[in-house]
Design a protein around this ligand. Structure first.
Ligand SMILES: C[C@](O)(CO)[C@H](O)COP(=O)(O)OP(=O)(O)OC[C@H]1O[C@@H](n2ccc(N)nc2=O)[C@H](O)[C@@H]1O
Ligand SMILES: Nc1ncnc2c1ncn2[C@@H]1O[C@H](COP(=O)(O)OP(=O)(O)OP(=O)(O)O)[C@@H](O)[C@H]1O
Length: 269
């Protein structure tokens, strides 16, 4: 069976406080984007994980897809599987690609083996694999709190808007990015603004707390942001801990970036 794990963007990202477990409490709107990978899982006699597309560094550990399988196999009597991931979403990009792979694996294994695991339990498993993972179980726009596992509904509908995403080939470690930010309660009521103000009024009020520090370190981010704005974007921001930027547009728009940047454009749902 094949599924298509997709990316997410953060619209606003406030890093509110440091927790005793070393993680940070955040407040952010997570919004799915249809930049997708291909992920296939079939039952097999022996376990196998293979990948194609963008090279995935192992960092000495297992792929998140293998970890997802291991997590469920520890609690349920299931046969081995063959997993193939065609990796399309840039890594270390703030797009949550690896997290989507992990959660889509959990969902697909649940389906293939007819385990009947509830979404709530899948979210609990997902939280063990990474902070961004639980979001991809339901995969709907949400206001997200805690480490990334607490969800509230948000009245925000961007369907029909166009989005341009640009990854300038700069790999940013999430851990390092968090260590460069001093947590603080946001001065703006981010959720209220997203729900009640038109998108044209968001710039300057809907902030990603990673952005100011990272722009100082990588001045090219300012160039990218300006280019998206000059192209007519209604709102421009970095997603997650970078380095991907996005612009949300009223109409389909072409923006020319250097050839070694990876770009994706499409419609929001
Ligand atoms: C920046 C975001 O993408 C926003 O959606 C996420 O908060 C990051 O989530 P993620 O990539 O799934 O992160 P994880 O793999 O869970 O954690 C990587 C590292 O980032 C830091 N981390 C992550 C999430 C969080 N809420 N607080 C943190 O301090 C921790 O140092 C952790 O060791
Ligand atoms: N399926 C996967 N896709 C991407 N990275 C993976 C995967 N499985 C394991 N990893 C490991 O996770 C590291 C990337 O983690 P990171 O959280 O930076 O990436 P991400 O989830 O793709 O994007 P984001 O920057 O949005 O968090 C890789 O260097 C790799 O070692």
């Amino acid at each position: 069976m094949i599924v298509f794990p997709n990316a997410k963007i953060n619209i606003g990202l406030n890093i509110v406080s440091k927790r005793e477990d070393g993680f940070h409490n955040i407040e952010s709107c997570f919004y799915p984007v249809e930049w997708e990978e291909n992920l296939e899982i079939i039952k097999s006699n022996e376990f196998q994980f293979t990948s194609s597309g963008i090279h995935i560094p192992t960092d000495g550990g297992k792929n998140l897809c293998e970890k997802a399988y291991d997590l469920i196999a520890a609690d349920y009597d299931i046969s081995p599987v063959k997993i193939h991931l065609d990796k399309r979403i840039p890594i270390g990009a703030g797009l949550g690609g690896g997290s989507a792979d992990a959660s889509f694996c959990l969902k697909l294994i649940n389906q293939i083996f007819e385990l009947g695991i509830s979404d709530q339990q899948l979210e609990t498993y997902a939280a063990e694999l990474g902070s961004d993972c639980p979001f991809f179980i339901k995969n709907k726009p949400k206001w997200v709190l805690g480490r990334g596992e607490i969800f509230e509904d948000i009245k925000l509908n961007l369907s029909g808007k166009f989005i341009v995403l640009v990854y300038p080939n700069i790999h940013i470690s999430t851990k390092e990015a968090y260590s460069g930010v001093i947590p603080k309660v946001s001065l703006h009521q981010t959720k209220e603004i997203l729900e009640n103000s038109p998108i044209e009024e968001w710039q300057g009020k809907i902030k990603n707390d990673f952005e100011d520090g990272l722009v100082k370190k990588y001045p090219v981010f300012e160039t990218i942001s300006n280019q998206l704005r000059q192209a007519g974007a209604e709102y421009v921001s970095m997603t997650g801990s970078g380095s991907t930027y996005y612009g949300i547009f009223k109409e389909e728009t072409e923006v020319d970036f250097p050839k070694d940047y990876i770009t994706w454009k499409g419609k929001l749902q």
